[in-house]
Design a protein around this ligand. Structure first.
Ligand code: ARG
Length: 462
């Protein structure tokens, strides 16, 4: 017999390579707190059902509490000799309380144990991410309220399209983050079922109470099918999918920060807190945090892809392949947390160059649509014809190398004689943006209302 917990039928030691490929304690030690919570619930249930004695349960509980203290205070010694977190805890329990420790694993397997631990971990992480995302939304809404009137170019194809405001632009991200939070909540809701008691794969002959453990661990209910309980990791996949989408949103924003802080755009600047210098070019101020948010989206998306591939060929029920579910998920969710904090930090840090944004907003004939709309409204022209007339006006201005507002009424009359000087009112960027009062449009009054409603809603959530 070998010294392994599972070593009863084994005669000789495992190969060093097997040890190296099999050991997971280096990363799954993170599940320590969740593993203890699961075991505490399990032993309380075993005692309540008379499966272990009150006396043994008390010893086990006390031992687990002691281990929890050791883990919390970072004095617990994690050992690669015991493979994973479950066996590290159990081995320590045996050292602390003796033979009674051996009763904890009654009616349980590492298969339902790890599934339970990981569901608890994912749930905890979703809650932490949600709080961070709410804080990011707060930063966006506060800033949007302050920049509700700050005109900036809106782009399509990264070409000047129509003027918008910075507040409107920031609130676009508040909406995206709102949906990201919704996706995480959906994942939390669907994943909030307790696999504990499914045992290895088939359930158990002991008279356990799965509702009791589910309730003790604040799950909504026990999982309904023992095979499914230990086989699926869709609760991780859904969370990683929500994380990947969120990282994609943050990456797009990061890209905009990178663009906007270039001297060519110069819409915003970041302080010393969020920029770094170059070791050779003294003038440089690099937006490293934004670049890294953009870069980290790669590994966050990658973790989702990796786990999908791990899972896709596995027959039911548990296979050791599934131990590969953790590192990528930890890495993805850790880095997402960092990215959210970095973006929130930059939103609060950025200094806005309103003059520069406003002058850029007028460039590229950004109010051409306003002219076309005016022709429709005042001259009752069909929009397609108005589009055409406006195109000719733009060509005229372009030929002269000036903006639309610099053309004279006589210039405009050479294209369309019915135009009046009232039209100049819509050619300025501020009037243009102020006129976008349709529901969800860029008008400052809309932006103020939307920002305020985000602020109210975020306050109510606290
Ligand atoms: N460390 C394992 C994992 O993360 C725990 C489950 C092991 N189960 C087993 N039957 N070997 O997947």
């Amino acid at each position: 017999m070998t010294s392994k917990i599972w070593g009863g039928r084994f005669q000789s030691a495992t190969d060093a390579v097997l040890e190296a490929i099999n050991v997971s304690i280096d990363f799954d030690k993170r599940l320590g707190p969740q593993d203890i919570r699961g075991s505490l619930a399990h032993v309380a249930m075993l005692a309540a059902r008379g499966i272990v004695s009150q006396d043994d349960a008390a010893k086990i509980t006390q031992g687990l509490e002691q281990i929890k203290t050791e883990i919390d205070s970072e004095t617990f010694v994690f050992s690669r000799d015991y493979e994973d977190i479950h066996m590290n805890v159990e081995t320590r329990l045996a050292a602390l309380i003796g033979p009674a420790a051996g009763r904890l694993h009654t009616a349980r397997s590492r298969n339902d144990q790890v599934a339970t631990d990981f569901r608890l971990y994912i749930r905890d992480t979703i809650d932490a991410l949600d709080a961070q995302l709410a804080d990011l939304q707060l930063a966006l809404a506060e800033r949007a309220l302050a920049e509700a009137d700050s005109v900036m170019p809106g782009f399509t194809h990264l070409q000047s399209a129509q003027p918008v405001t910075l507040g409107h632009h920031l609130l676009a991200y508040a909406e995206m983050i709102g949906r990201d939070r919704g996706r995480l909540q959906d994942a939390r809701k669907r994943g909030n079922e307790c696999p504990l008691g499914a045992a290895a794969l088939a359930g158990t002959s002991f008279p356990i109470d799965r509702h009791m453990t589910a309730q003790a661990l604040a799950f909504d209910r026990p999982t309904a099918n023992s095979l499914d309980s230990v086989s699926d990791r869709d609760f991780v996949l859904e969370t990683l999918s929500a994380a990947a989408i969120c990282a994609t949103h943050l990456s797009r924003f990061a890209e905009e920060i990178v663009l906007w802080t270039t001297p060519q755009f110069a819409f915003i600047s970041l302080s010393d807190k969020f920029t770094t210098g170059s070791s050779i070019m003294p003038q440089k101020r690099n937006p490293d945090a934004a670049e890294l948010v953009r870069g980290k989206s790669g590994r966050i998306i990658g973790a989702l892809t990796a786990l999908l591939i791990v899972m896709k060929g596995l027959p039911l029920a548990y296979s050791k392949d599934m131990q590969e579910d953790k590192e990528g998920a930890f890495d993805s969710l850790d880095n997402l947390a960092l990215c959210i904090a970095a973006i929130a930090g930059m939103v609060r840090d950025m200094r806005v160059n309103r003059e520069r944004m406003k002058s850029a907003a007028g460039a590229g004939y950004a109010t051409a649509t306003d002219l076309a709309d005016w022709l429709v409204r005042r001259l009752n022209m069909p929009f397609r014809e108005a589009h055409h007339v406006t195109g000719r006006v733009v060509a005229l201005a372009e030929g002269r190398g000036v903006g639309l507002e610099a053309l004279t009424l006589a210039d405009l009359h050479s294209v369309e004689p019915r135009i009046t000087d009232e039209v100049f009112g819509v050619l300025g960027v501020e009037n243009s943006v102020a006129s976008r009062t349709s529901y969800g449009g860029a008008a400052p009054e809309n932006v103020r209302k939307a920002a305020q409603s985000w602020l109210d809603c975020l306050k109510a959530q606290r």
